[in-house]
Write a protein that binds this ligand. Structure first.
Ligand SMILES: [Ca+2]
Length: 368
C-alpha cells in the first residue's frame, strides 16, 4: 500500500509544566500515579528494567501492561513472568498489535521476531493468565473506569495507541495523557527544525500522526532524555554521544551495578540478571551496559525531574523501507509538551532511586 505524505496540523491543548522543585515527590502523599505501560518489552533491555522499577515503586499503581510489535505473545509471557516474580500476578497483561498501522494484524511467522529475552518464559506453564482482551480494548475499558486519571506510558512502537485512538476514540479521550518515549533522538537542547526519528516513531509514523491529531494531552520524552541517567560522568556521556549516534550506547546501568543486581540474590534480581544476560547474548548491537531510555516516561509522571516546553510535531509517512521525516516547531501554544534532557545532577539522583527500587525486595511481599 502506498502511503501519502501527511502534514499534521495543530490543536492547542493545555497541560501543566512540570516543576523542578521536588523531584519525584510532587504527588500528594498516598496518592498513587495510575499508569498503563504499553511496551515492546523483551527486545531492548530498558523496558523490562523500567517496568520492574514501576512495579516496585509505591508511587505507581500499574493498572495494566500491554505489549506491542512483532511477537506480542512472547512479550506477554515475559511480562507475566515479571509481574508474577514481583508479587503482582493480578496486573492484567494484554497483547496488542503485531504490525504497524495500517497493515492488517496478521500473525507473525515462526520465531522470536526480535524478542531477545523470550527464554525467560517459553510456555504458559506457571504464568498468570493473559487478559482475554486485546491491548486497545483493555486500555479503553480502564480509561472508562478511571476517567481523567490514567497516564498511558508508551515505551514501544505507537501501534497500540494509534489503534486505540481509531477504534475507541471516546474512551481514549478519557486518558489523562499519553506519554511517549522516543519520537526524536537528538542530544542537547531541542530547537525548531528537522529531527532524527527515534525507533518507536519510525515503526509507526502513521500512529504518531493519529496521536498528533487527537485532543488527548501528549507528552514526548525523546530517547536522549535519560542520557545522563546512569553511572557515567557528564564528560564521558558527552564524548560518547559525539562518536556514537545511538543514544542507547551512551549511558545506563554500569557493570559494577549489574554485578550488584547479580549478587543480591532475590527472585526478582535473579530474573533481572537473566534478562540482562539474554539481552546481551541475543541482541547483536547491545551496549556494554543496560540502557534506560524508557525510564524517561516514568520520570515525567513522577514529576520534577525534567523541564518541558510546548511545540508542534510534523511527520511524513513514507513508503515502506524509507525513513519517515519528523520536524519540531517550538511554539508556546503548541499541541505537544516536550521534555528536555534530565540534567547530570538530577540524572545521578534519579539513577540512585531507580537502582534502589530494583535492589529492594518486592513491595507486594512487604505488605503481607
Ligand atoms: Ca521500548
Amino acid at each position: 500500500m502506498k502511503y501519502r505524505r501527511l502534514a499534521v496540523c495543530c490543536l492547542v491543548l493545555s497541560l501543566g509544566l512540570t516543576s523542578l522543585a521536588k523531584p519525584g515527590y510532587c504527588q500528594t502523599v498516598g496518592e498513587k500515579i495510575r499508569v498503563i505501560i504499553d511496551t515492546d518489552i523483551a527486545e531492548d533491555i530498558d523496558d523490562l528494567l523500567v517496568t520492574a522499577f514501576a512495579l516496585n515503586s509505591q508511587e505507581f499503581e500499574v493498572l495494566a501492561i500491554t505489549t506491542v510489535d512483532g511477537n506480542v505473545e512472547a512479550r506477554s509471557r515475559v511480562t507475566r513472568q515479571l509481574t508474577k516474580t514481583f508479587g503482582r500476578p493480578e496486573v492484567p497483561v494484554a497483547s496488542g498489535y503485531v504490525w504497524s498501522m495500517p497493515l492488517a494484524d496478521t500473525p507473525i511467522p515462526e520465531g522470536m521476531y526480535g524478542v531477545t529475552q523470550g527464554e525467560l518464559a517459553t510456555t504458559e506453564e506457571g504464568l498468570p493468565p493473559a487478559s482475554l482482551l486485546k491491548a486497545d480494548e483493555l486500555i479503553a475499558r480502564l480509561a472508562e473506569k478511571y476517567p481523567g486519571e490514567i497516564y498511558l506510558l508508551v515505551l514501544g512502537s505507537y501501534a497500540n495507541i494509534g489503534q486505540l485512538l481509531v477504534r475507541y476514540p471516546e474512551s481514549a479521550a478519557k486518558l489523562k495523557a499519553i506519554v511517549t518515549s522516543g519520537v526524536f533522538m537528538n542530544p542537547g537542547p531541542l530547537t525548531s527544525g528537522e529531527k532524527t526519528p527515534d525507533w518507536n516513531f519510525r515503526y509507526d509514523p502513521l500512529a504518531a500522526a493519529v496521536i498528533m491529531r487527537s485532543q488527548i494531552p501528549w507528552v514526548i520524552t525523546p530517547s536522549t532524555t535519560t542520557r545522563y541517567v546512569g553511572g557515567k560522568s557528564k564528560e564521558e556521556v558527552d564524548r560518547l554521544i559525539r562518536t556514537d549516534s545511538n543514544p542507547h550506547h551512551v549511558s545506563g546501568v554500569p557493570l559494577e551495578d549489574v554485578d550488584r543486581i547479580r549478587a543480591t540474590g532475590l527472585a526478582t534480581t535473579e530474573l533481572l540478571t537473566k534478562a540482562i544476560d539474554l539481552w546481551k547474548k541475543n541482541k547483536p548491537d547491545a551496549s556494554d551496559h543496560p540502557h534506560l531510555a524508557d525510564l524517561s516516561a516514568f520520570a515525567y509522571v513522577l514529576g520534577g525531574w525534567m523541564t518541558t516546553f510546548r511545540g508542534n510535531v510534523y511527520f511524513t509517512v513514507p513508503p515502506s523501507g524509507v525513513l519517515p521525516g519528523v520536524r519540531l516547531e517550538v511554539d508556546p501554544e503548541g499541541r505537544a509538551l516536550i521534555a528536555n534532557e534530565i540534567s547530570p545532577e538530577l540524572g545521578s539522583k534519579l539513577y540512585k532511586l531507580f537502582l534502589d527500587r530494583l535492589l529492594s525486595p518486592p513491595i507486594a511481599e512487604n505488605k503481607q
